[in-house]
Design a protein around this ligand. Structure first.
Ligand SMILES: Cc1cc2nc3c(=O)[nH]c(=O)nc-3n(C[C@H](O)[C@H](O)[C@H](O)COP(=O)(O)OP(=O)(O)OC[C@H]3O[C@@H](n4cnc5c(N)ncnc54)[C@H](O)[C@@H]3O)c2cc1C
Length: 326
């Protein structure tokens, strides 16, 4: 058993419980979300002791060096003194400069950070509504092309943050955002190998950034983007993606919908799921780098199928849009 000190109080943390589970069970209000090491809501900082390496996987080197760790992935073997991690130092202000409905449910929100904001397209940031209420949104913009941050926010019925973004947040208002984070982004290596991108709904946001980044960085192997929706009106950015496909012969845009008919055919949309279309188009995935974003069930199924199809787990980058737990 390890002892965890937080704010002058000491708590027990024994297997099989994580620091997050131990602290919340003993009455501490620790922000948390997916509890799977993805959303990074439960970021904490270790002031004394050494957090296990697993609890720092996926964090930026600069955060690791400062002792940050994920409480949901932290099963300590020795005592730790910790603090809440999402302090003001990790946040900055940004001004809402534009809003645009991309379809009936998805809004593009454009933010201008008040200080330089480093990120790679496809990473995500935390948008704060109030002190203890924030959500992750992926970055669709490319810093080399755009000077604002672009987020695609899907309206969730009764959603506390997405509802606020859609109904209340206005151009000219200032919001707080967290640092960019996550490992879903393109790195210019093995540029002749395939890159496969699968997303549903607002899962297009990170992929829209990644694909433009990869092509701009000279990726010359085949790049396939599958975007899925229940119907044609759930798709968006088709014209921009079709234009990209005209400019880059190695880029293939495959919209997928659950409907058939003339309109779907005119757009070249496939009927069925993104995973079904991917499997139909490719014999195997042994050399592919893969990006999966959006619906958690799709991400889970695709990860397994693509891994069984020969891709290395290290080449599969996934951001399931898991609902937040708080
Ligand atoms: C790494 C990461 C990146 C993300 N990127 C994006 C993004 O680019 N665009 C985007 O729109 N979202 C994204 N999300 C999801 C986003 O963080 C929020 O979970 C989402 O906006 C809902 O928050 P909310 O406060 O509006 O709803 P909440 O108030 O948290 O939930 C309201 C109700 O809806 C349910 N619910 C929550 N989410 C969903 C869902 N997805 N589907 C169905 N029911 C749900 C809840 O269980 C609850 O009952 C991302 C999530 C993660 C973890």
């Amino acid at each position: 058993m390890a002892m965890i000190e937080l704010g002058g109080k000491v708590y027990e943390c024994a297997p099989p419980h994580s620091v997050l589970e131990a602290l919340t069970a003993q009455g501490e209000a620790i922000p948390s979300g997916c509890r799977a090491g993805v959303c990074q809501s439960c970021l904490m900082r270790c002031l004394k002791g050494t957090p296990p390496a697993k609890s720092q996987e996926g964090l930026k080197t600069s955060l690791v060096q400062q002792g940050y760790f994920l409480a949901c992935r932290c099963y300590p073997e020795s005592d730790l003194t910790v603090a809440l991690g999402d302090g003001p130092g990790l946040r900055q202000s940004a001004i809402v400069v534009r809003r645009e409905m991309l379809n009936r449910d998805i809004l593009a929100l454009y933010l201008r950070p008040e200080a330089p904001f480093a990120y790679r397209p496809g990473q995500f940031l935390r948008l704060h509504k109030e002190a203890n209420l924030s959500r992750c949104y992926s970055l669709a913009s490319v810093p080399e092309f755009e000077d604002t941050l672009e987020l695609h926010v899907r309206r969730i019925p009764d959603g506390r943050v997405s509802g606020w973004v859609h109904d209340t947040l206005a151009v000219g208002e200032t919001v707080e955002i967290g640092d960019s984070t996550g490992h879903c982004f393109y790195v210019p290596e093995r540029q002749d190998h395939p890159v496969l991108l699968l997303g549903t709904g607002s899962g297009l946001a990170p992929l829209y950034g990644i694909v433009r980044d990869a092509l701009a960085q000279g990726h010359h192997g085949p790049v396939w983007l599958y975007h899925g929706s229940y119907a044609l009106e759930g798709l968006y950015r088709q014209a921009a993606l079709q234009e990209l496909a005209r400019r880059y012969p190695n880029f293939h845009y495959v919209p997928c919908v659950d409907q058939t008919g003339a309109a779907a055919e005119a757009l070249g949309a496939r009927t069925g799921t993104v995973l079904g279309a991917l499997v139909a188009d490719h014999g195997g995935f042994s050399k592919a780098r893969v990006f999966l974003c959006g619906n958690p069930d799709m991400v889970k199924d695709a990860r397994l199928k693509i891994f069984l199809g020969g891709a290395s787990m290290a080449d599969i980058f996934a951001d399931p849009f898991l609902p937040s737990g708080s």
